[in-house]
Ligand binder design. Structure first.
Ligand code: SF4
Ligand code: MG
Length: 317
């Protein structure tokens, strides 16, 4: 398959003092096909944002590889690095914090155009207006400031900024989590339309499976710095294999009250342990309803149990 991105055994550790190491991302592997959306899901603190930030080189990797169009991104220098910086863009979670309050919306959107020296003068203005229209805003908005806009509009500005230099790949880090539920679907639909029009590939990060359902072609579930399962989206919703995925799915309400009433809800006990000293063996074992003795002594291997359906759990080995 034509993979635009391959993440291989990626690790990102942080020294947090007193000899402690926070293993924020620990041996994560997955790949994304050109033109698809890969939804990366997990509770806050599970390492999904750090994974995104390490892929785009906001962080250097501790170990492992990120291949973009077949090239190791952490080894890129010079013009290849500049190409990479153009081709991969990020949309951030908080549309209030990620836009400079002292810059006009037009200048915010044109930031990448200016950095890469693509257009100036009238051409630059035309490009900004075109981008505003693309995301559902208009020409007058260019001279205004971020505080004059709602959360949903600000996220549209963030998306226009990411699109300005025509990237191939966008990492969207919880782009709808901070928005009102009524606005979330609109922004998801915008992402979908842009993908269709421009052939974009997305890594779409979210904290629950309900949020990525309508946008993802494939989904990865993270727990405590590790990937526990990846599968094609419909397959994952229909046949979740990992006990953690099963618990996350059981928490999504089903609209049909008949079905909802009969459904078994899996309530996880306890809190997510600290990633500084994660449990031995399977990291999920302290909360897993199906834990067995070997789960404490052996790390479950990452295994393809069906075509393109990977899971790390002793129930399947
Ligand atoms: Fe549960 Fe064991 Fe599977 Fe971990 S390896 S998810 S503890 S059954
Ligand atoms: Mg995050």
């Amino acid at each position: 398959a034509d993979h635009i991105l391959e993440v291989r055994n990626l690790k990102k550790y942080f020294n947090v003092g007193h000899g402690n190491v926070l293993k924020a991302v620990d041996n994560v592997s997955f790949s994304i096909k050109r033109g698809e959306t890969f939804g990366l899901v997990g509770e806050s603190g599970c390492g999904k944002s750090t994974t995104g930030r390490t892929i785009i080189r906001l962080y250097e990797a501790t170990d492992g590889q990120v291949l973009f169009n077949g090239e190791d991104v952490h080894a890129l220098r010079g013009s290849k690095l500049r190409d990479f910086n153009r081709n991969m863009q990020m949309v951030f979670q908080d549309p209030y914090a990620s836009l400079n309050p002292r810059m006009t919306v037009g200048d915010i959107i044109a930031e990448g155009i200016d950095i890469h020296g693509l257009f100036t003068g009238r051409k630059r203005r035309e490009r900004v207006v075109e981008l505003l229209r693309t995301v559902g805003l208009n020409e007058e908005h260019a001279s205004r400031f971020p505080h004059e806009f709602s959360g949903g509009q600000r996220q549209r500005i963030g998306i226009a900024r990411a699109l300005a230099i025509e990237p191939q790949f966008i990492i969207a880090d919880e782009p709808i989590s901070a928005l009102d539920v009524s606005i979330q679907a609109q922004v998801v639909n915008l992402f979908k339309r842009l993908q269709k029009e421009r052939g974009l590939t997305y890594l779409f990060i979210a904290h629950d499976l309900a949020m990525v359902k309508h946008i993802s072609d494939r989904i990865g579930v993270m727990y405590l710095g590790a990937l526990v399962e990846t599968a094609e989206a419909n397959e994952l919703y229909r046949k979740p294999l990992h006990p953690y995925t099963q618990a996350l799915l059981s928490a999504i309400p089903i609209p049909d009250p008949e079905v909802e009433r009969k459904r078994e809800r899996i309530i996880l006990q306890g809190d997510v342990p600290s990633p500084i000293n994660p449990p031995s063996g399977c990291r999920f074992r302290t909360r897993c309803p199906k834990a067995m003795p070997e789960c404490a002594t052996h790390v479950p291997e990452w295994k393809e149990v069906e075509n393109d359906h990977f899971v790390a759990c002793h129930l399947y080995s």
